[in-house]
Design a protein around this ligand. Structure first.
Ligand code: AMP
Ligand code: ZN
Length: 484
């Protein structure tokens, strides 16, 4: 089945055909690490996590780059570097702040079951590449320097505005910044900024001791790791303009290759009382706080119950509802496991085959939904329908064919896992297997010791295992163990 994605550039659903067969390169704008990750971030990164998982399920080999912004992202009101401002307030090194929040960001997203990107490049690790690119843009006539500041000359880039469709006049209306006096045109944006004498973050460059603009950072890291043209670029909808519009201008001006990105994907906001959840608005709930109150997979379920492009309003009631729904899915898994214990090895009967067909149909509905621009709410509806079908079937049947149950169980688990659910099940299984393997190993070692006549040590191992609740019995067929 073909996958169709909504491309912000065309404003339409398009068939997904990557530039290189079977390979997908994706760049998602990463967090600015000066504070805790909040549920708004979680919304965007869970959405892209599922997009990546789906691409992998479709057989693509995915190369996922998500940067870490550690310099150059300015506050909207006072135009100060967010990281520098916070580090100054806390009287610590900016990189100390960055290191702390970056590590905590990864811990939080790990807890939410978000797979880590293949590369997490940091802006400050790519200053040489940025300086070279800015130099090249000046040489090509796309950028100019005034008083140690370098700006991109928007008037030189014909296609400016093609992604966001923001009209020239409207581009300025939204900005709360005062126009920098060195700009030739108010729409121009900074590639390099001269820093004050006592600035906490600054680097040498041909123009001044300063720091890069936020937009050149993602442009350069995207080019460096994914090349002059790649498949998917993502972020939340607020990044369309100016951030992504400026990335296009810089990259296409630099390389001359168009389009820089084939598919632009943007997530809708997570809101609270109808307002975007944001650090600057102070209306945020951190992922850490949320994890104390709600199950991690329930947070995922809540996020995925809405299509990634739509807004999603956070309420405690919705999260509690997601916990209940998640419980239903786990009950189905438990039911299947129990049924497997009393199942019989035989060919599936007619009634079982009919049931299997219904489950297959629901699986096809799940796949169709995900292929239609990653429609997770519809995919979830198919998963819940499967859950109901399975529960009803298990309630009606006394004994079921092992083969049939195994197929249904694996299929149900697989679909949930694509959405990042049922991780608990895996953790449980992994730890069960580990315990089994370790006890087997100890019992085997003890048996070897006994054969060699080292009864003292072998008895000690048996006694220690007994203390841990494992009973070892020596039989004519060797040692066996069971839980006390
Ligand atoms: P930031 O840390 O502000 O640079 O944001 C990192 C990513 O999270 C960007 O793609 C943002 O657009 C996204 N993001 C921030 N707040 C929200 C929100 N309330 N809902 C959805 N995405 C958000
Ligand atoms: Zn970015």
């Amino acid at each position: 089945m073909v996958l169709r994605v909504f491309n912000t550039m065309s404003g339409k659903l398009e068939e997904f055909k990557p530039l290189r067969e079977k390979h997908v390169g994706i760049y998602v704008c990463g967090p600015t690490v000066y504070d805790w990750a909040h549920l708004g971030h979680a919304r965007t990164y869970i959405a892209f996590d599922v997009i990546v998982r789906w691409l992998e399920f479709k057989g693509f080999s995915v190369f996922y780059v998500q940067n870490v912004t550690d310099v150059g992202h300015l506050t909207e009101d006072t135009a100060e570097d967010k990281i520098v401002k916070r580090a100054r307030e806390e009287r610590i090194e900016p990189m100390q702040l960055v290191e702390f929040y970056m590590r905590e960001y990864f811990r939080d997203l790990d807890s939410l079951g978000v797979k880590r990107p293949d590369i997490s490049p940091r802006a400050t690790g790519h200053l040489i590449e940025m300086i070279e690119a800015i130099q090249s843009l000046i040489e090509k006539g796309y950028a100019y320097e005034v008083n140690g500041n370098v700006f991109f000359d928007v008037s030189k880039f014909e296609d400016y505005g093609k992604l966001s469709k923001v009209k020239s006049e409207a581009m300025l209306a939204g900005s709360r910044f005062e126009v920098h006096p060195d700009k030739r045109n108010p729409k121009d944006f900074a590639l390099w900024k001269r820093a004050d004498k006592d600035a906490l973050l600054k680097w040498g460059s041909p123009w001044s001791h300063g720091f890069p603009g936020w937009h050149i950072e993602c442009a350069i890291m995207g080019l460096k790791y994914l090349g002059p043209q790649f498949d998917i670029h993502g972020g939340a909808r607020d990044l369309k303009f100016p951030h992504h519009e400026n990335e296009i201008a810089q990259c296409e001006a630099l390389t001359g290759k168009k389009p820089f990105v084939k598919y632009w994907l943007h997530t809708g906001f997570l809101t609270i009382n109808g307002e975007k959840m944001a650090k600057s608005l102070g209306n945020y709930i951190t992922v850490r706080e949320a994890l104390k109150k709600y199950d991690a997979e329930a947070i995922r379920l809540f996020v995925l119950s809405t299509h990634y492009r739509s807004e999603i309003d956070f309420t405690d009631k919705k999260l509690r509802g997601a916990e209940t729904s998640l419980g239903r899915l786990y009950n189905t898994l438990d039911g299947l496991e129990e049924a497997m214990e009393r199942s019989v090895e035989r060919e599936p009967a007619r009634v079982e085959k009919t049931f299997e067909k219904r489950i297959e149909k629901l699986r096809a509905e799940f796949v169709e939904a995900m292929d239609e621009d990653f429609n997770t709410p519809r995919a979830l509806a198919a998963l819940f329908d499967s859950s109901r079908e399975i529960n009803r079937f298990l309630g009606e049947q006394k004994q079921v064919s092992t083969e049939l149950l195994k197929g249904v169980y694996d299929g149900f688990l697989e679909l949930g896992r694509i959405l990042g659910l049922f991780q608990k099940e895996r953790a449980k299984k992994v730890s069960e297997k580990l315990v089994n393997d370790l006890v087997n190993l100890l019992v085997e070692l003890r048996e070897n010791l006994r054969r060699k006549g080292d009864f003292e040590l072998s008895d000690e191992i048996r006694a220690k295992l007994r203390e841990s609740g494992v009973v070892v019995e020596d039989t004519s067929e060797g040692s066996k163990w069971k839980l006390a």
